[in-house]
Design a protein around this ligand. Structure first.
Ligand code: PMP
Length: 363
C-alpha cells in the first residue's frame, strides 16, 4: 500500500511526504540530466549547488552569524562525540560535561579518550531532571562545556541555554535542531545528526565558531577535522550526497511551512496535547520526567504504572492502527512517541484518541 503509516519513530524518523514525493519524482533523472543524483560526482555542478544551498538554508533558518562555519560531515552523532573532543579539547586538555541522559553520557565517555572529562553534576541514577544551573560545578579551565539539548532516549530537553561565563559551549542538537529558534551566538559548536528533524541518516550538520578552528589534536583523522573540512567546504572526500540532497529539501520544506517559529509552535501544540492526555488519564499514562524539562520532541511514557504486559498490548494494538515505532528505547522500556517536525497535529490527535480508547478497555 502507498498509504503512509503513522510514524512516531525516534530516528530515522518521519519525513515530510511532499519531500519524499519530490525525491521520487526526480530520482531517475535529476533536473533532466538523465542521471540520478546518486550517480553524480560530488564535484559536479549539481552537487556543488546542493552543498551550497544546504549551507545557506541552515544559515537562514537558524540565523547563523557570519563568523560561524557550517560543515556537513559523516560518522553520525557518535562520530561527532569524538570529533568535538579531538577538535576542541587541546586548548586546555579538559572539558566539562553535563550528563542528562543516554547520549550525553556516551559523549562524555568518548571524550574521556582524548582528555580530562569533568561531570558538572553527579550522574543521576535515573534521568528525568536537570539539576539547577546554580549547582553545576564548572571548571573555569575547561576547553568547552558540553550538553545535549534534547535527550532522545530519556525525553529530557533543556528549556534554556546554560551560561558558561565565557567558556565555549557545545551542544548536541541531533533531536531538536530546527524545532525552535536558538541564539547561535551563544554557542561554540552545535552539531546534529540529520536523521530526526531534518533528513535521512548519513549526514551531520556542524556549526562552529571560526575562532575555535585550528587546534585539532594530532591524532584527529582528516575526515573528523573541523578545520580541514571547513577549508575543503565539506567535500574533502565523498560526502553522503543523497542524504545531503534530501536534507536540503527538508530545509526548504521547513522554510515554506513557516520556518522555526511555526515548527516551535506546532511542537508545543503536539507535545502539549500528549502530556495533557496523560494528566487527563489520572495516572493510567504517566511520564517520569520533571515538568520543567519535558521534551517536546520525544515523549516517553508508561502504561498502567509500567505494566510491561499492558505496554506490549498497547504497542500491538497501535500497530494494528498503523501507528508505528512507538516502543521505548531498549534501555528504558515503556512507550516513546517522537514528534519531530514532519509529524502532524492530526497524527498526534489520532494517537491520543487511541490512548483514550485503550484506557477505557484496559484500565
Ligand atoms: N545524539 C542524540 C541526541 C541522538 O538522539 C543520537 C541518535 N539517536 C545520537 C547522538 C547518535 O547518533 P548516531 O546514531 O547518528 O551516531
Amino acid at each position: 500500500s502507498t498509504q503512509s503509516a503513522l510514524n512516531f519513530g525516534a530516528g530515522p524518523a518521519k519525513l515530510p511526504r511532499e519531500v519524499l514525493e519530490d525525491v521520487q519524482k526526480e530520482f531517475l533523472s535529476y533536473q533532466d540530466t538523465g542521471m540520478s543524483l546518486i550517480e553524480m560526482s560530488h564535484r559536479s555542478k549539481e552537487y556543488t549547488k546542493i552543498n551550497a544551498d544546504v549551507q545557506t538554508a541552515v544559515r537562514e533558518l537558524l540565523q547563523v552569524p557570519d563568523n560561524y562555519k557550517i560543515l556537513l560531515m559523516q560518522g553520525g552523532g557518535c562520530g561527532a562525540f569524538a570529533a568535538v573532543a579531538m577538535n576542541l579539547i587541546n586548548r586546555t586538555g579538559a572539558a566539562d560535561y553535563a550528563v542528562t541522559g543516554t547520549w550525553s553520557a556516551k559523549a562524555a565517555k568518548e571524550a574521556a579518550k582524548y582528555g580530562e572529562v569533568n561531570l558538572v553534576f553527579p550522574k543521576a541514577d535515573k534521568p528525568g531532571s536537570i539539576p539547577d544551573r546554580s549547582t553545576w560545578k564548572m571548571n573555569p579551565q575547561a576547553s568547552y562545556v558540553y550538553y545535549c539539548d534534547n535527550e532522545t532516549v530519556d525525553g529530557v530537553e533543556f528549556s534554556y541555554i546554560p551560561e558558561t561565563n565565557g567558556v565555549p559551549l557545545v551542544s548536541d542538537m541531533s533531536s531538536s535542531i530546527m524545532s525552535k529558534k536558538i541564539d547561535v551566538s551563544k554557542f561554540g559548536v552545535i552539531f546534529a545528526g540529520a536523521q530526526k528533524n531534518i533528513g535521512p541518516s548519513g549526514v551531520v550538520v556542524v556549526i562552529i565558531r571560526e575562532d575555535l578552528l585550528g587546534n585539532p589534536m594530532k591524532c584527529c583523522p582528516s575526515v573528523f577535522d573541523f578545520t580541514h573540512i571547513a577549508k575543503e567546504n565539506s567535500v574533502h572526500n565523498t560526502p553522503a550526497t543523497f542524504s545531503v540532497y534530501v536534507t536540503e529539501k527538508v530545509l526548504q520544506w521547513i522554510k515554506r511551512n513557516g520556518g522555526l517559529d511555526e515548527m516551535a509552535k506546532q511542537s508545543q501544540e503536539k507535545s502539549g496535547l500528549l502530556y495533557g492526555a496523560m494528566v487527563a488519564s489520572g495516572g493510567f499514562y504517566s511520564c517520569p520526567i520533571d515538568e520543567d524539562c519535558r521534551s517536546r520532541m520525544n515523549v516517553p511514557f508508561r502504561v498502567g504504572g509500567g505494566d510491561e504486559k499492558l505496554e506490549e498490548l498497547f504497542l500491538q494494538e497501535a500497530e494494528k492502527l498503523r501507528m508505528h515505532q512507538l516502543k521505548g528505547h531498549r534501555s528504558v522500556g515503556g512507550i516513546r512517541a517522537s514528534l519531530y517536525n514532519a509529524v502532524t497535529l492530526a497524527d498526534v490527535r489520532l494517537l491520543v484518541q487511541f490512548m483514550e480508547e485503550f484506557q477505557k478497555r484496559h484500565a
